[in-house]
Design a protein around this ligand. Structure first.
Ligand code: TRP
Length: 340
């Protein structure tokens, strides 16, 4: 490739930002639905991934749990394929620009707009004793996360699209009030990821909370735990291994197997044509054990050396802070703050 081509390529490279909260324990659903693809994304795009620890305190959390969850998630992101050298992976609280920009953006966000966020309404209902201002402000911090890095694309779950829309509104308002400052990002629900349901209630999403019991496969589960949970997975009363609306349990297991092997549901159905439910569940369990094994092994290596893990965190934070500071400085200047 000649120099000109290289440059054109560099210009076309999109910047992708996403973040996940260190609450609960990441599941097979998180992996097959999103995390599995995050490593590859860095080949064609400039990618940034944050552990959204500042977002995690909007719902009460024990200090020990926040600390452990944050380290676990950071190590897991690397274990699933994000490259700490090539990509930018960091803890949100390590880059103070997030909190700073979020205060500034509060003043360009209307109370009515934030009040319409369905996640705020849902969470208020679920935690009536702790409807704090942080919970209300959550989407503004999220807008700061995205806008600091001039991200073009924000891969998110469906429940977060409304927040990305609000981020666009804020960015446009700021750009129009002053001069173009922020890239207006696009929220994207990945089309490749599989939607995985609970093994014990296949009509519900596979949940991240530890209390979910046998319905959730956690990425770091031991092979024994994985096999036990698949053995107990809900099926239905006939014997046919075919995906259909009336067979959510079987459909879920086929979806898991297909996603793990990068094949279609139809191909998976064919593989299990004359299989009993018991054998089918065992084989999906085995496939899951093998899918998760290398991730768990890499994770354990990363967690075995806390100093080395902290160094990786520092490296990510430094790279992120450099980019974030550039945007933040511009924002301060445009608003009219005295810079010395
Ligand atoms: N709110 C997101 C979630 O719950 C996590 C998040 C925080 C995020 N900041 C973000 C996602 C910025 C995308 C972009 O899943």
């Amino acid at each position: 490739m000649n120099e000109q081509n290289l440059q054109q390529n560099a210009e076309k490279r999109k910047r992708v930002f996403s973040a996940i909260k260190p609450t609960g324990n990441p599941t097979l659903g998180n992996y097959l639905g999103a995390m599995k693809y995050w490593g590859d994304m860095g080949k064609d795009c400039d990618t940034l991934f944050a552990v959204a620890d500042l977002h995690a305190i909007t719902v009460a959390i024990e200090p020990k749990e926040l600390r452990e969850n944050s380290k676990r998630l950071f190590a897991l992101l690397i274990a699933v394929g994000i490259d700490p050298e090539r990509d930018v992976v960091f803890l949100q609280s390590h880059v103070t620009a997030h909190a700073e920009l979020s205060w500034l953006l509060n003043n360009y966000t209307m109370f009515g707009e934030a009040s319409r966020m369905t996640q705020f309404k849902d969470k208020s209902k679920k935690n009536p004793d702790n409807i704090n201002v942080g919970l209300f402000d959550y989407p503004v911090l999220m807008a700061a996360d995205i806008l600091l890095y001039q991200a073009d694309i924000v891969p998110v779950g469906e429940d977060q699209l409304q927040h990305v829309e609000l981020c666009r509104t804020i960015a446009n308002r700021f750009n129009n009030r002053y001069t173009p400052t922020f890239t207006v990002p696009v929220g994207k629900i990945p089309t490749y990821g599989a939607r995985i349901h609970s093994l014990s209630d296949p009509t519900a999403k596979m949940g991240k909370s530890e209390g979910e019991g046998d319905g959730s496969i956690f990425i770091l589960d031991t092979p024994d735990a994985i096999m036990r949970k698949f053995k107990r997975a809900v099926t239905d009363c006939d014997t046919e291994i075919k995906a259909s609306e009336s067979k959510p349990g079987i459909t879920n297991l086929l979806t898991i197997y297909a996603a793990e092997n990068d094949i279609t549901i139809e191909q998976a159905e064919r593989e299990f044509q004359n299989c009993s439910y018991a054998d089918f569940k065992k084989r999906v369990g085995e496939a899951t054990v093998e899918t998760l094994r290398p991730i768990r092994e890499k994770y354990e290596k990363l967690r075995a050396d806390d100093n080395a893990l902290c160094e990786l965190m520092k490296m990510g934070a430094q790279k992120a802070a450099y980019l974030a500071r550039k945007t933040l400085d511009k924002v301060y200047k445009k608003i009219g703050f005295v810079r010395v």
